[in-house]
Design a protein around this ligand. Sequence first.
Ligand code: KG4
Ligand code: ZN
Length: 347
Amino acid sequence: MIVLGIETSCDETAAAVVDDARCIRANIVFSQLAEHRPYGGVVPEIAARAHVEQLDGLIRQAMAAAQLEFSDLDGVAATAGPGLIGGVIVGLVTGKAIAAAIGKPLLAINHLEGHALTARLTDDLAFPYLLLLISGGHCQLVLIEGLGRYRRLGTTIDDAVGEAFDKTAKMLGLDYPGGPAVQRAAERGDPGTVSLPRPMAGREGCDFSFSGLKTAVRRLLDNNSSLRAEDVAASFQQTVGDVMVDRTGNAIALAQAFYPDLGHLVIAGGVAANLHLRQRLDVLCRERGLALVAPPTDLCTDNGAMIAWAGVERLAAGLHDPLDTPARARWPLDPDAKPAPFAGKKA
Ligand code: KG4
Ligand code: ZN
């Protein structure tokens, strides 16, 4: 079974071909970083236009790299949400057109399901496992119980963690995107120089909050012009680590109440590339008798292979989607999840 995967929900245009033997036959990502850098963040309209310009060429490249004809495909998977709606429409409509043209099923994939199932592609992981999804748009702890069975244990009540990294970098005058820049600066800094609040730490539950931390960094910089960016970055990263360990620790306890034999914590999303966080979560997992699974960085960040793989899994389970499936800006992985307490602008 061979599936083409298309991803266009944020600022990466991506196409990949994956089969049910877990072979990634092609995986091509075009990052729009350069186009958004002057604005210090992703501009939705620029992203949508860039997807339109890039996508068909990328799909052609992916098919050529896989040495396949469209008629060799068993299905076409495309991200149908959640994400920036203009981009999602570009990818989904393209996927529908190819599926219709070759007479093969369409798989309309939830982007979060793509991240959630990647560890089954890379590590052949069995259900259930706990997922910590940390990216520029998301910060969630989800119990992955089976295909289509996702129980959200916690989420952010305000900003995503990647956003907090990006905004902190901006305040410190570091590069965009901020995560890698903060990590590099933190390596040369002393986390003990300044202390920052640890939002939600010590509280019950598994929800996150980052807006207070961002405000604390701003106040710190406003009141003290002699601070070194490296020290603030190190303190910030350490604080995020403390919060991650606290919240994920609670989620592990909750997940183990459902599944006493739970064996794995999976991390995904761009922030999962952060070495300090990986190390802290690794220690936590060892203490709790779990193994940490971190897919390779290029499969943690947005890519087409995770969408193709989610398509393979759904197709193998006998699922596919009608050609009038809508694109969705919001699409929770766990529709039964209660809204986060005091939930603000983000899902
Ligand atoms: O998953 P991703 O590529 O895109 C989405 O948000 O969907 O994640 C991008 C985010 C950005 O906020 C970026 O600053 C952050 O991941 N990031 C990092 C690191 N590398 C990327 N954050 C912390 N440390 C890193 N090494
Ligand atoms: Zn993503």
